[in-house]
Design a protein around this ligand. Structure first.
Ligand SMILES: Nc1ncnc2c1ncn2[C@@H]1O[C@H](COP(=O)(O)OP(=O)(O)OP(=O)(O)O)[C@@H](O)[C@H]1O
Ligand SMILES: [Mg+2]
Length: 348
């Protein structure tokens, strides 16, 4: 039985159709990655599920409770780390956690104990007695996540948990998320980072303009963009033409992309791994020395472009190498302002 079920959610803000029929489900103890560009409707979906926003139509349940008619029950099982940090900067890490414990009905000693446990778990024990405003972005994000775990939620919503973080802090957040999973927590994670969904999510739902445009495992989505590519790097640049001649009999030679500078051949092989192995054998049989070969799957970036016709985070961030047609990502956005969006917090 899915622990989160969403059926045909619609939500309009004035002229903006934020959700235009989102349906999804999440099995207990798994991570669902809700992937989409800016404005796709990720936060709106999370806010509906976290009982912060009523949908115009459609239905959603969390742990069997209806998010509209049984909102109080839903709140007892969920935790939410909103897109923007929502801890009190003037309080210490420990005080933030302690306060939430008290709001959840713990006695003073229990709240102190829970705060200490969480600080230790998030490697914040040394900083626990410092005001949060002295924390780095990654530390704030961790304390923010810790706050949403005080009540031991079985379902956790993480709305873009790593946006604006440096790579080290991003990896730390990934580790923490994996630990939560190991504890049996179900996680619904929104992200604009394809590699993040690839890394953490058991299943991925891709939304764009308020509608689901694809779903599946990362591998299934990659397979949908067509097949794999055999990349062969030859030892000698002079062998490129001989290599092309050697593989010509196996067909599809026009589809081979050649990079003479890198002495590299890229051969589309769809799902046919035997064909890929055959091509490598043909080259070695022809006496051509190979430095390296690999079977490449399309990246989730490729998938996103194939599905939507545009890149996940705006075209500006994707550089297309005209000679190879290959896309590479630009720098990840940094220094996101930590806005306080009180609407993003569940009532504890
Ligand atoms: N309270 C609101 N009032 C008016 N429009 C809103 C409101 N909340 C969201 N929207 C609009 O609804 C659409 C979906 O917004 P949402 O915040 O769900 O996107 P998102 O996928 O979370 O994007 P991002 O990656 O930028 O966080 C956007 O066009 C947004 O401008
Ligand atoms: Mg959002």
């Amino acid at each position: 039985m899915p622990i989160i079920e969403v059926e045909d959610l619609h939500k309009r803000f004035g002229q903006t159709q934020a959700l235009a029929g989102v349906s999804l489900s999440v099995e207990p103890g798994t991570v669902l990655g809700l992937l989409g560009p800016n404005g796709a409707g990720k936060t709106t979906t999370v806010r509906v599920l976290a009982t912060l926003l009523k949908p115009d139509s459609g239905r959603a349940t969390v742990a069997g409770y209806d998010v509209v008619t049984q909102a109080d029950e839903v709140r007892t099982v969920i935790g939410l780390t909103g897109q923007y940090a929502a801890v009190d900067e003037k309080l210490t890490g420990h005080e933030n956690l302690w306060m939430v414990g008290r709001l959840l009905g713990m006695n003073k000693a229990q709240a102190h104990q829970r705060a200490d446990e969480l600080l230790e778990r998030f490697r914040l024990s040394d900083a626990g007695d410092r005001q949060v405003r002295t924390y780095s972005g990654g530390m704030r994000r961790r304390v923010d996540l810790a706050v949403s775990l005080v009540g031991r939620p079985s379902v956790l919503f993480l709305d873009e948990p790593t946006t604006g973080l440096d790579p080290v802090s991003r990896f730390e957040m990934w580790d923490v998320t994996r630990e939560l999973l190991a504890d049996g927590t179900t996680v619904l994670l929104t992200t604009q980072y394809l590699e993040e969904a690839d890394e953490l999510a058991d299943r991925i739902v891709v939304i764009d303009k308020g509608a689901v445009i694809a779903e599946g495992t990362a591998d299934e989505l990659k397979d949908r963009t067509g097949g794999r590519t055999l990349e062969v790097t030859l030892r000698h640049a002079a062998d490129v033409d001989a290599a092309l001649a050697a593989i010509a009999p196996s067909g599809g030679a026009d589809a081979v992309r050649v990079d003479r500078d890198l002495h590299q051949l890229s051969v589309p092989v769809e799902q046919d791994t035997a064909r890929a192995a055959g091509i490598v054998a043909q080259l070695t049989d022809a006496g051509i020395e190979i430095d390296d070969f690999s079977l490449q799957r399309p990246s989730l970036d490729d998938v996103f472009v194939a599905l939507t016709g545009h890149a996940a985070d705006g075209d500006a961030d994707i550089d297309v190498d005209r000679s190879t047609g290959r896309r590479s990502r630009g720098p990840l956005p940094g220094g996101t302002d930590e806005l306080l969006d009180t609407e993003d917090r569940p009532q504890r």
